[in-house]
Design a protein around this ligand. Structure first.
Ligand code: NDP
Length: 340
């Protein structure tokens, strides 16, 4: 049985990674910010003992040596999956709220592994399409994004708007991870996963609809009737299902060919107009809450759109993708637990 440290276990994506790890027989310790969060996750796995699921409290990943204790375990860890990083726009100070936890959290966990976890062989980091996309090029129809692309955002541009701040947090953190690998030549290999917008069902111990993870908020807002007159326009046009992404995290641990690779993890394209069409078709009871048929907005850019090459992840991790209607339907159904 392999033992894995999963950071940020209370997060939307991490709850699915945890689920896959447990299903596939791993022994997992996951970091959370409080005992209360640990208790909620524990309650979701009543038949799994502490040998298979345990917790370490890391209140703030931006603090120095934050992971020093968490990476120390008996039996020791074989691998680490680092998902914890802020993904929200509730930000008053970009440096403190986004850049520091993303960058220091990433370099911090790598340093702690070097210091205290000599048995770790593989580290997988949840990076983002935000570290690949060039937001200054807009829809850039003549371009195909691949793992070779890097967001050129600068530190100075992070103060222009919060979206730049978030994208920079992911770009700088991933760059710092690869620089760490080059400079330190540590005893483990690294894999980074760069997903675009992640949609999919919310696992129930997450809390309430008010603190729903950022990437599902467009679906929540639509089903809560917040966009009756106009379909909101997309910020991102490419997506992946959270369950497929979670499986990629585990396969990245398992496949030798994934070592020291960066993966663009995208299932394809979508626009918010398509989300609404699927919801109208599959969830008749939501009809009055959704934008009326023929409402403006939510389409693809008229001048065309960049393409995304996902062939590397399909080939090396050997994954296939859920279809958008299934993802949207499962997401809407999962939100029902919170009483819409
Ligand atoms: P969530 O907000 O659901 O999860 C983020 C996790 O990070 C939470 O567990 C959160 O803990 C933890 N965290 C954030 N800041 C800190 C901190 N300072 N100290 C300790 N823990 C912290 O987001 P997602 O699950 O969507 O995102 C997970 C990862 O995936 C992030 O790295 C994100 O950038 C990346 N990603 C997400 C995409 C998406 O569309 N969802 C797309 C591309 C990448 P708590 O909840 O207790 O605050």
């Amino acid at each position: 049985m392999k033992r894995v440290l999963l950071t940020g276990g209370s997060g939307f994506i991490a709850t699915h990674v945890l689920d896959q790890l447990i299903q596939r027989g791993y022994s997992v310790v996951t970091t959370v910010r409080s005992a209360a969060k640990a208790n909620k996750i524990r309650a979701a796995y009543p038949t799994i003992g502490t040998d298979r699921l345990d917790f370490a409290i890391v209140e703030d990943i931006a603090l120095e040596d934050a992971f020093d204790d968490a990476v120390t375990s008996s039996p020791p860890f074989d691998a680490v999956i680092h998902t914890a990083s802020p993904f929200h726009f509730n930000v008053t100070n970009v440096q403190r709220d986004l850049l520091d936890p993303a960058i220091k959290g990433t370099t911090g966990v790598l340093q702690s592994i070097v210091k205290n976890a000599p048995t770790v062989k593989r580290v997988v980091i949840t990076s983002s399409f935000a570290s690949i996309v060039n937001p200054f090029k807009g829809s850039w129809p003549e371009h195909t994004y691949t793992e070779e692309d890097w967001n050129p955002v600068t530190l100075q541009q992070t103060s222009e708007n919060i979206a730049n701040g978030y994208r920079a947090s992911k770009t700088f953190a991933e760059r710092a991870a690869w620089e760490f690998m080059q400079q330190e030549s540590p005893h483990f290999s690294l894999t980074t996963l760069c997903p675009p917008l992640v949609l999919g069902p919310v696992i129930s111990h997450l809390g309430s609809l008010d603190n729903l993870n950022t990437s599902n908020q467009v679906i929540r807002d639509l089903v809560q009737g917040k966009h009756k007159d106009k379909v909101p326009d997309n910020a991102t046009f490419t997506w992946v299902d959270v369950r497929d992404l979670a499986l990629c995290h585990v396969l990245a641990l398992e496949k030798p060919e994934a070592a020291n690779q960066r993966f663009l993890v995208s299932a394809g394209f979508f626009c918010n107009g398509e989300l609404v069409d699927i919801m109208r078709k599959e969830h008749d009871r939501l009809r009055d809450l959704l934008p009326a048929e023929g409402s403006p907005g939510g389409g693809y850019p008229e001048d065309g759109l960049y393409k995304v090459d996902n062939s590397k992840v399909v080939k090396i991790l050997d994954v296939s993708w859920r279809k958008l209607p299934d993802t949207v339907t499962d997401t809407v159904n999962s939100l029902q637990q919170f009483v819409l």
